[in-house]
Write a protein that binds this ligand. Structure first.
Ligand code: 5AD
Ligand code: SF4
Length: 355
């Protein structure tokens, strides 16, 4: 065993027992591929110990691809004229949610680009209608004002996902023209203050992103004590300014996810669709390396294709019912089951009990 390898293996063992790591230790783990098996084994054991074997399935409803932002990596960016835009009507969104709930989903994740296409009352009406169907509502609508976040919460929204994407200020600035990094941090604080079960996350493998910068992201997640963290490899999209760049590495994304599991044992961690895009068994591999959630798409028909953040999106021609059956079969084949609970994270349950 080399000296470097000893440091990385030692760090994994420390993280397993103490749920803590220094910046230097995270970089050591990320740089050493010989510690991968130990890392993945301990991340899986941590997932099992704190969250059990059941996987939460949450239905991802991509209700509009309109976006006013111009993030350099994303296919929904405003300046991408190569995609047809859509915005489902509130009653169409509710109908799709109803079908997903009938398939067994206990959480509906309402996701869209960042836009003001919907009136506040319309979105609140959708949230309320879904809550009335006894499902949890997760929102992923980007940066909004405190008043809007509060109104959605009042209407019944339970959770909010807002990835920080990267904590590196220079990299963030380059990739997000005319967006404020500070505002994004503020939004995350506001969401927590309002009582949302709050999720964040990052992209792995962005151009010019260093391992040191990824280690900063991981430490930010730990320090912020989020309830959910989604890690996705960057996948270049030909209709964006980063179309010609190298994409993120699947194993590196899995390693980042596994370290997050060691540091935040009780949070929810999705096996992301972007991972499955890079590896045809990516979500199952993620579930065996720390993840405990899958978010199959419940959007139907051509809208599934039009919500195209990056190329190679999976299951484009499948129906929501088929997707649910397919992922359930894969989960059962690795000896796990689908959770019948509402999908709150163990971390959030603890937080509520303590308040
Ligand atoms: N590759 C991988 N993930 C992407 N996202 C957007 N564009 C890409 C891409 N090209 C992710 C962002 C965003 C989430 C909804 O999708 O992290 O937060
Ligand atoms: Fe819009 Fe989100 Fe894509 Fe940025 S990442 S362009 S905010 S959909």
């Amino acid at each position: 065993m080399s000296y470097i390898n000893k440091i990385a293996i030692g760090a994994v063992q420390k993280a397993f027992y103490e749920n803590a790591l220094t910046h230097r230790e995270i970089v050591a783990i990320l740089s050493d591929d010989k510690c991968d098996d130990t890392l993945f084994f301990h991340a899986d054991l941590t997932r099992k110990t704190h969250n059990g074997d059941e996987v939460h399935l949450k239905g991802l409803l991509e209700f509009s691809n309109l976006c006013a932002r111009n993030c350099y990596y994303c296919g929904l960016r405003r300046q991408n004229k190569a995609i047809k835009r859509y915005a489902l009507k509130p009653n169409e969104i509710i109908k799709l949610a109803q079908k997903a709930i009938a398939c067994g989903y206990k959480t509906i994740v309402l996701q869209s680009g960042e836009s003001s296409a919907y009136k506040l009352d319309e979105l609140c009406g959708v949230i309320k209608a879904i809550r009335d169907m006894q499902a949890r509502v997760t929102l992923s609508l980007g940066e909004k004002s405190e008043e809007e976040y509060a109104a959605y919460k009042q209407a019944g929204a339970n959770r909010y996902l807002l990835r920080i994407e990267t904590t590196d200020p220079a990299l963030y600035k380059k990739l997000h023209p005319s967006m404020s990094h500070q505002n994004r941090f503020n939004c995350l604080k506001t969401l927590r203050k309002l009582g949302y079960e709050t999720g964040s996350g990052s992209l792995v493998g962005l151009p010019n992103q260093t391992l040191a910068s990824i280690a900063d992201d991981i430490l930010f997640f730990k320090e912020s004590d989020f309830d959910m963290i989604g890690i996705g490899p960057f996948i270049p999209n030909e209709h964006t300014p980063l179309g010609g760049e190298r994409g993120g590495d699947f194993i590196l994304a899995l390693k980042v996810m596994a370290i997050v599991r060691l540091l935040l044992p009780k949070i929810n961690i999705p096996a992301t669709t972007a991972m499955e895009t890079l590896d045809k068994n990516g979500r199952i591999k993620a579930l065996q390396r720390g993840a405990n959630v899958v978010m199959p798409v419940v959007t139907e028909g051509e809208y599934r294709k039009l919500y195209r953040l990056y190329p190679g999106k999976i299951c484009l021609d499948d129906t929501p019912r088929h997707c649910r059956g397919c992922i359930t079969g894969k989960i059962m084949a690795i000896g796990r089951g689908v959770s019948a609970t509402n999908g709150d994270s163990e971390r959030f349950i603890d937080r509520l009990a303590a308040s």
